[in-house]
Design a protein around this ligand. Structure first.
Ligand code: PLP
Length: 409
């Protein structure tokens, strides 16, 4: 008899998006003539940069000929892409990395979910709250999160609330944790940490022997100068941090699938006797065993992001989304809402008025102005009373949604 991994049975259903769909469908049935505007999705809508399309077409043609065909590639990724990443994303910011510290993957979701395999199940962990749900769910699966408590929190997880009260700056925990997940720019709040604020986390990790998983999936949206693009901009971070990035939101690769993880040679964890074990060879071993590499065609597309045309095209698309964010932010502020994010991230985080819950506010927007957002409580307990809007929609939809909100809410 095969015994099931009972930790999977502890997982709460992934109700957020199905609950949203149910409510939206019920609305559509009763209001068939209303035009809904969806600002809830976390997916991009603009097509891929032409430079990436051309590179992928060329790669497909190479696959058609015996002399240029590519079969299995290196599990870690091709050097042409790794070198482009190091040059453009890190060396340009004064960070030196060797090619063997960068691992190409099929996206940041896999890497954020899989990285915990390198660590024992009984490490303690912390997350900022609210946050991308994969961090907690993947730790529930391996037993590290503990058991669910009545308030919806997990017994072995330290929650670091990020709310308007603390200006979305998580307080450094008053006790040590073994593992901490940081996501900046943040999904869902759209907020960031300054260099000094992130330095506090690196210093905490150095002092407490904590491993930081730093998810920088929205790095390309950073506009302000004092916001670090990489945790390795902070001195000492290479000893304590693994950084995960994605081409999804940077270059519209949500349907193509490519990301990468940096595991510096210096970053270690301890074995049960206290001996330091470098995590780089462990991640390499894990990837070589369980992952057979990102497709050649995809990696050619990703490399083209770093070409001069690719950079220009990526910038144009990000500018488009960020102009949406600016318009939305301005309209919501004018309408009297407390609104956060949208400056260095494509997410706007709205405080529900009059102490409304996230779901009540969701329904109000749906029924009164026919706009769909995402209830903040779906991202963690401290998301209650907030709603996430994304700037990934069409310009005209964003503008119309804001007009509706301004005139009716
Ligand atoms: N990390 C964060 C914070 C995200 O919001 C997302 C996607 O929404 C991901 C990772 C997943 O990215 P990918 O498409 O590369 O798997």
């Amino acid at each position: 008899m095969a015994l099931v991994n009972e930790h999977f049975l502890k997982l709460p259903g992934s109700y957020l998006f199905s609950d949203i769909a149910k409510r939206v469908n019920a609305f559509k049935v009763t209001h068939p003539d209303k035009k809904l505007i969806r600002l809830g999705i976390g997916d991009v809508t603009r097509p891929l940069p032409p430079a990436c399309i051309e590179a992928m077409h060329r790669a497909v043609d190479e696959m058609a000929s015996e002399s240029t065909f590519h079969g299995y590639g290196p599990e870690q990724g091709y050097n042409f892409l790794i070198n482009a990443i190091i040059k453009h994303d890190f060396a340009s910011r004064g960070i030196s990395l060797s090619p063997s510290e960068v691992f190409i993957s099929d996206g940041a979701k896999s890497d954020t979910g899989n990285i915990g395999e390198l660590l024992r199940w009984d490490n303690s962990m912390g997350i900022t709250d609210p946050v991308y749900p994969v961090y907690v769910d993947s730790n529930i699966m391996n037993g590290r999160a503990g058991v669910a408590e009545a308030d919806g929190k997990w017994s072995n997880v330290t929650y670091l609330p990020c709310t308007a009260e603390n200006n979305f700056i998580p307080a450094i925990p008053d006790h040590r944790v073994d593992l901490i997940y940081l996501c900046y720019p943040n999904n869902p709040t759209g907020t960031t940490l300054t260099h000094e604020q992130l330095k506090c986390w690196v210093d905490y990790a150095l002092a407490n022997d904590t491993l930081i998983i730093f998810d920088a999936a929205y790095e390309a949206y950073i506009r302000e100068p004092n916001v670090p693009h990489s945790i390795y901009e902070i001195r000492g971070a290479k000893k304590v941090a693994i950084e995960i990035r994605s081409f999804s939101k940077t270059a519209g690769f949500t349907g193509v699938r490519c990301g990468y993880t940096v595991v510096p040679k210096e970053v270690t964890a301890a074995d049960i006797n206290g001996k330091r074990i470098p995590l780089n060879p462990l991640w390499n071993r894990r990837q070589c065993t369980k992952f057979n590499g990102t497709s050649y065609i995809t990696q050619c597309g990703a490399e083209a992001v770093y070409s001069p045309e690719g950079q220009k095209q990526v910038r144009e698309t990000i500018d488009y989304y960020m102009e949406n964010a600016r318009i939305m932010r301005q309209s919501l502020v004018e309408a009297g809402f407390d609104v956060y994010g949208g400056v260095n991230a494509p997410y706007l985080w709205l405080k529900a008025p009059d102490g409304m819950t996230s779901w009540k506010f969701f329904d109000k927007l749906l029924y009164e102005v026919n706009v769909v957002g995402t209830p903040g409580v779906g991202f963690g307990p401290s998301g209650e009373g907030y709603l996430r809007l994304t700037a990934f929609g069409k310009r005209e939809d964003c503008v119309e949604a804001m007009q509706r909100i301004r005139s009716k809410i």
